[in-house]
Design a binder for this molecule. Structure first.
Ligand SMILES: Cc1cc2nc3c(=O)[nH]c(=O)nc-3n(C[C@H](O)[C@H](O)[C@H](O)COP(=O)(O)O)c2cc1C
Length: 306
């Protein structure tokens, strides 16, 4: 009998039973997903982005669709760091004992550093995913991820304020992703996560007005996959730290493509919104797809296309 392919994955010091994690903002803090499927099968989980104060998010409508994708302008609706640490994180940790990644979003460098230090209080957090790429807030967010100096400043400040592994989540809305990646690596990032959503918009023909309440939104889903693969490829060539790849993954074969481009692990967002059990189906299909490609482990595929 041929043994099943080894799915274990590692993002630096963070070990995952398999490479698949829900992408931040598409899994909340896990309670809704846990009612729909066995979340303990996930390789890791990434929490909704947390800010210092609670946020109600942007005006409605916040989502709309497009061929092979969607636009969202949720605007970081979240309960704030106090509530996240006191209620959401313990509740998630009681349901899930794999690696929990905290997604952190600030509006100033100092705020990022302070939030990172607060998450140090929790043993339940395995790593920080620093979101310098949110396109849906009027200041902060993406502004840090589209400028090399600002990306470096946030990385340095967070690195100093936290003992946790620091993963920096990059924006695709840049001309040269490799340059930003190198700036984050130079300041001590332990890993890079990419891509966040692509800035987009749609207009309602009937009202002749933008559809989203925020005018602009972030494009995600299968239409983003080729952009994400290209950027993961470029970043893999530019740095030596691990990469968490995401953007448009909707099948086990898409996971393979990300791995070949250089992703040590992956996150899946939109596919899980379309079909809540998509991530579990993909995890179940991975061993067969890896074997059919002639490999016996996920790890052996990482970067193999280079
Ligand atoms: C509704 C929604 C909310 C999101 N919220 C966050 C967030 O809070 N923090 C973050 O870093 N990314 C957030 N993202 C971006 C995703 O984590 C991911 O980077 C992006 O959607 C690309 O992956 P996908 O094509 O598999 O969805 C959000 C995406 C969606 C669709």
């Amino acid at each position: 009998m041929v043994s099943a392919a080894d799915l274990s994955a590692a993002v630096g010091a963070v070990r995952l039973a398999n490479p698949v994690m829900p992408a931040s903002g598409t899994f909340g803090f896990g309670a809704e997903a846990a009612r729909l499927y066995d979340i303990t099968k996930l390789g890791g989980v990434v929490m909704k982005g947390v800010t210092t104060l609670p946020r109600l998010g942007n005006p409605l409508p916040r989502v709309t669709d497009c061929p092979a994708g969607m636009l969202n302008a949720v605007g970081l609706e979240n309960p704030g760091i106090d509530n996240a640490l006191k209620n959401e994180l313990p509740a998630l940790a009681s349901m899930y004992n794999g690696p929990i990644i905290a997604n952190v979003c600030g509006f100033t460098v100092d705020e990022y550093a302070a939030l990172a230090a607060r998450f140090d209080e929790s043993d339940a957090v395995a790593a920080l995913e620093i979101n310098i790429s949110c396109p849906n807030v009027s200041h902060g967010g993406m502004a840090f991820g589209t400028d090399c100096r600002a990306a470096a400043d946030v990385t340095r400040a967070v690195r100093r304020s936290s003992r946790k592994p620091v993963w920096i989540k990059l924006s695709p809305n840049v001309t040269d992703i490799a340059q930003i990646a190198r700036a984050c690596e130079a300041e001590g990032a332990d890993a890079l996560c990419l891509i966040n959503t692509l800035l987009g918009m749609r207009i309602d023909l009937r009202t002749r007005r933008p559809i989203l309440g925020n005018t602009f939104g972030g494009l995600s889903g299968p239409c983003a996959l080729p952009v994400a693969i290209r950027m993961v490829w470029q970043v893999y060539e530019a740095v030596t730290i691990p990469i968490v790849g995401m953007g448009g993954i909707a099948s086990a074969r898409d996971v393979m493509e990300m791995a070949l481009a250089g992703a040590s692990a992956v996150e899946i967002g939109t596919a899980g919104l379309v079909d809540p059990t998509a991530l579990i189906d993909i995890i179940d299909e991975l061993p067969g797809v890896i074997s059919s490609m002639g490999y016996n482990s996920y790890a052996a595929l990482v970067g193999a296309a280079h």
